[in-house]
Design a protein around this ligand. Structure first.
Ligand code: SF4
Length: 708
């Protein structure tokens, strides 16, 4: 009981951070909010330190509780009323669209937004602003795996099976995935798998916390994962592991792939990647000889200008071995952001409408337009992927205004200094956030928004399981939810007033999340990501519900592909793919490979986690991981400042010497801004299919830096 004798208030909810969406209970007593672990099928009561400390931001002194407007005289952001802030936005949008057309206003969303917000944001862009320019930061997350899954299987669901299947696999191959740091509670499934006698094999250029637990670690040169995949399939073919009856009955296109991998004899892959023939053979045999085998990719394989083809290489391997749809087996992607999955299903993506419908498909447009009550012809066409959108801002032909929700591209976009310049060139930058991120610091208007514990909604985790976020308490005074502010903006733009009280008809954007979800169900009905049969009540009654789920009375779908793939002929599609060099190769001036990644105690651009004392203590600053031989050549000792330079810019951070990193590679985490911003250095070359930037490899040189 509280000091006043009242029972504490509790909410059974999920962590605000990654796609594992661990179950947690929030308990408020005497104004203090505690996080308690809550059993959920994915985390089974486990939380990582990010989850444990998530409530510390609710009453954080940096919390924004008033709107901010940039003062033209001083150039400073100053507190303002909501009406003044909304007025500035509405006037700005009207002026810009009147002068430059509807596409002159763009929207940038986030993979952490609830399904309801992602849906509402897509509708706001297409129906209220009527702009084609909307995309989101998920493009920088798992878009390569999404595109590869779509072209092979006809659908993109991160894991097409429940997470618990990992624990039953005889062989588990993780490619460019480091869950021991990114989602530690998932490791219990890896432990379970090995307790049952299973074999864990990790492919990663670094000796990560996950690689240290593996039975076998393949440590390829960055950018050569596809050569490894093709060599594994080559070995599977020559050693008779290919499931020819599965290939004949359930797939198309294998002959071309067979020809493509014929030239990837193991010695060639060894010469390119550095992975020994013996390790390649051991891996192929462990996969091919397993009763149950699972192949998973994550950002290490995906964040490349050939990310879609790299993932396709591993999908080809899984299909050739007959894994997808087989019990306890298959291919999957470990989605990163909290709602990376749901965020890409409901209309935030430049080419999509809710339910994973395509914006360039007439039948899809018609269905969604009917739900939205607008003529299909009024819906704009497809926009452009995130990096292209950001890089066009403020240019003569690009958008002049940008509304950012739940994202911090100043830190998270590749070639970040260039993108920062683009944002500065805008006529109007609006940022919706609850903290002053590096992007918010550039804004003309900042709108303070609610945090996860202050609003209801749904998220779709990495398994495609739709689950409920439940509010513990109201937002503080001065703060609105994203839906409330979208509703107010929509009303003002449509009716010329800023007060929701002037609404005299059904609003285009309802402010109530459950009302939005009911509309989302109708909009998604019949689509690939069909939520029609999923109600909040159904989620509450069980541990969530897996899409597709077309009927309220029918089953949901924990496992996909048992009988057929959602392609026109029901078969999965092989695609022949070939290794190609990174967009930027090392040379005399830039002789080292640079790669980026995460640390356990920080999340994404760090806007939130850098402000949590325990996390700051655990991971206080960026660093540059170097091999001691490289440090010796530079005359650098552990902890000394080094400068990492690419053709695009530089970062400065202390050296962290590690004998386990490849001597030809340096690494930096991307959670920090300022001088240590890793994305100042990264390459903005993008995958031609997914639009994924090449975060994971570019050419750099390293110098000793002098502290200033
Ligand atoms: Fe939160 Fe992910 Fe950590 Fe779970 S693993 S507590 S969802 S950050």
């Amino acid at each position: 009981a509280t000091a006043a004798g009242r029972p504490p208030i509790e909410a059974a909810t999920h962590c605000p951070y990654c796609a594992l969406q661990c179950g947690m209970t929030l308990r408020e007593a005497d104004g203090e909010v505690a996080v308690l672990p809550r059993w959920f099928p994915t985390n089974q009561g486990g939380l990582c330190q990010k989850g444990w400390t998530a409530a510390e931001l609710l009453d954080h002194p940096d919390r924004l509780t008033t709107a901010l407007l940039r003062d033209p005289a001083s150039g400073e952001l100053r507190p303002a009323s909501w009406d003044a802030a909304l007025d500035r936005i509405v006037t700005g949008i009207r002026t810009i669209q009147a002068s430059h057309g509807r596409d002159a206003v763009a929207v940038f969303g986030g993979g952490g937004l609830t399904n309801e917000k992602a849906y509402a944001l897509g509708k706001f862009a297409r129906v209220v602003l009527r702009t084609r320019h909307i995309d989101y930061n998920g493009r920088f997350c798992m878009s390569s795996a999404a595109a590869a899954g779509m072209r092979a299987f006809g659908v993109d669901r991160g894991l097409p099976f429940p997470l618990a299947d990992l624990g039953t696999a005889d062989t588990l191959l993780l490619v460019g995935a480091n869950p021991a740091e990114t989602m530690p509670p998932l490791v219990r499934w890896l432990t379970e798998q090995r307790r049952r006698g299973g074999r864990l094999i990790v492919v990663d250029p670094r000796v990560t916390a996950t690689a240290r637990q593996a039975d076998l670690h393949l440590q390829p040169l960055p950018g050569t994962d596809l050569a490894v995949a093709n060599a594994l399939l080559h070995i599977a073919l020559t050693e008779g592991f290919v499931d020819h009856s599965y290939v004949a009955g359930r797939t198309t296109g294998f002959d071309e792939v067979r020809r493509a991998v014929a030239e990837w004899w193991p010695a060639r892959a060894e010469a390119l990647s550095g992975v020994s023939v013996a390790d390649l053979e051991t891996t192929a045999r462990a996969l091919g000889g397993a009763g149950r085998a699972i192949i998973l990719t994550a950002r290490g394989a995906e964040q490349h200008a050939k990310g879609v083809d790299t993932v396709t290489g591993y999908v080809n391997l899984a299909l050739a071995l007959g894994l997808p749809g087989r019990p306890g087996s298959g291919y999957g992607c470990l989605t990163g952001q909290g709602n990376g999955q749901g965020g890409r299903e409901h209309g935030q993506k430049a080419d999509q409408l809710p339910g994973y419908r395509r914006i360039d498909n007439p039948a899809d447009r018609e269905h969604v337009a009917t739900v939205w009550g607008v003529p299909a012809d009024d819906l704009p066409g497809p926009g452009v992927p995130a990096y292209r959108l950001l890089d066009s801002l403020g240019t003569p032909d690009g958008p002049k205004a940008l509304l950012v929700f739940g994202s911090n591209p100043v830190v998270s976009a590749p070639r970040a200094a260039r993108i920062e310049g683009r944002l500065r060139d805008l006529d109007l930058l609006v940022v919706v956030d609850f903290l002053r991120s590096e992007t918010a610091a550039l804004a003309d208007v900042v709108l303070p928004t609610a945090q996860w514990a202050e609003e209801d909604g749904t998220m779709t985790n990495l398994e495609g399981r739709v689950l409920r976020r439940r509010a513990l308490r109201e937002p503080p005074p001065g703060v609105r939810t994203d839906l409330e502010l979208l509703a107010a903006l929509a009303t003002a733009l449509e009716q010329g007033a800023v007060s929701p009280s002037t609404v005299d008809r059904k609003p285009t954007i309802p402010p109530e999340p459950q009302v939005v979800f009911e509309e989302l169900r109708a909009a998604s009905a019949g689509g690939l990501a069909d939520y029609a049969g999923i109600s909040w009540e159904r989620i509450d009654a069980r541990a969530g519900a897996f899409w597709p789920c077309p009927d309220s009375d029918g089953p949901d779908t924990p496992r996909l592909f048992a009988d057929r793939f959602p392609t026109p002929d029901g078969r999965a599609r092989f695609h022949a793919v070939q290794h190609r060099p990174a967009a930027e190769e090392v040379c005399a001036a830039y002789p080292l490979h640079f790669t980026t990644g995460r640390v356990l105690a920080q999340y994404q651009s760090g806007t939130q986690t850098r402000r949590v004392p325990a996390l700051r203590q655990a991971a206080p600053a960026a660093f540059v991981e170097l091999h001691p031989d490289v440090a010796d050549r530079l005359g650098v000792v552990d902890g000394e400042l080094v400068r990492v330079l690419s053709r695009r810019g530089e970062l400065v951070a202390p050296a962290r010497l590690s004998p386990t990193i490849r001597p030809d590679t340096v690494f930096a985490p991307f959670h920090w801004g300022g001088a240590a911003r890793a994305n100042t250095v990264t390459n903005d070359a993008v995958d031609p299919i997914s639009g994924m930037p090449e975060f994971k490899i570019c050419a750099v040189r390293v110098e000793k830096a002098v502290a200033t």
